[in-house]
Design a protein around this ligand. Structure first.
Ligand code: 9MG
Length: 263
């Protein structure tokens, strides 16, 4: 059973992720970092082999598999907490779960052909995230009439589709997708609407850690966005988020412990 609120620690095995690109590329480094995040208080480790930062190109299937599967096989032997696979490809979902992953994190909300069926067959929790466009171009012209309404409607429509195709309601987690085809104003509007999304009846996962919106607010470069990211994660929890996806696990755990003690 996941601690509430839970912390999802980010483990990128990509050469081009925006915040830690290439840093955890080797298998042994990835294992060490995963173990460290667990010791620091992570409840889930999210492993991704394809960057989803703005401007990122997609990665061929075999390359993504080669990046993530050996690491999943190795870390699931050593970790007590579950591993989530950050992917949109149904083949990667299937192989990752066979290798030991216990959750799917899909920034395309299972919209690729075969993804809903894979998630239903695998019967593991799945995070459905909203994105306008695709990572390569998503920040070029994000446009909405009413961002919080449109994001919520999209997510609920995906929930209906997923449940209608065999995914258990108790396995669904929703994510508004901060920074995925959104301006700072869109992100701020969505952030204020978190309590409403949380009332839809599904756990809400948010990812704000080190993102451009934290940089836009603070004027800080990626490496200096930790304090802003922690405040944003804490505020999101106070607004109803159940899981926060972060790079700085120990500091976020401290913040959530303070909320639990004093909130
Ligand atoms: C993979 N990835 C990068 N940012 C993310 C976010 O905000 N949410 C989820 N679910 N995944 C993300």
């Amino acid at each position: 059973m996941l601690r509430q609120p839970g912390i999802m620690g980010v483990l990128n095995v990509t050469p081009d992720s925006f915040s830690d690109g290439g840093q955890w590329l080797g298998r042994d480094d990835a294992i060490r970092h995963a173990l460290r995040m667990q010791a620091e208080g992570a409840d889930i480790i999210d492993i991704g082999g394809e960057s989803t930062r703005p401007g990122a190109q997609s990665v061929p299937l075999q390359q993504e598999l080669d990046r993530v599967i050996p690491v999943i096989e190795a870390i699931t032997q050593q970790l007590a907490v579950p591993v989530s696979i950050d992917t949109s490809k149904p083949e990667v979902m299937r192989e990752a779960v066979a290798a030991g992953a216990g959750m799917i994190n899909d920034v395309y909300a299972l919209q690729l052909d075969g993804a809903v069926q894979a998630a239903a067959d695998l019967a593991v929790p799945v995070c459905l995230m909203h994105m306008q466009g695709e990572p390569r171009v998503m920040q070029e012209h994000p446009r909405y009439q009413d961002v919080s309404h449109e994001v919520e409607q999209f997510l609920l429509q995906r929930v209906r589709h997923c449940e209608g195709n065999g995914i258990l309601p108790g396995h669904i987690i929703l994510d508004p997708g901060f920074g995925f085809g959104k301006t700072l104003q869109h992100n701020a509007d969505l952030f204020r609407a978190l309590p409403r999304l949380a009332k839809a009846g599904y756990p809400v996962l948010i990812g704000l850690s080190r993102k451009a919106m934290i940089g836009d607010i603070t004027g800080r470069q990626t490496a200096s966005r930790m304090p802003g990211s922690i405040v944003a994660a804490a505020l999101a929890v106070l607004r109803g988020a159940s899981i926060v996806r972060v790079h700085d696990v120990a500091e976020t755990r401290d913040a959530l412990n303070v909320i639990a003690a004093l909130g």
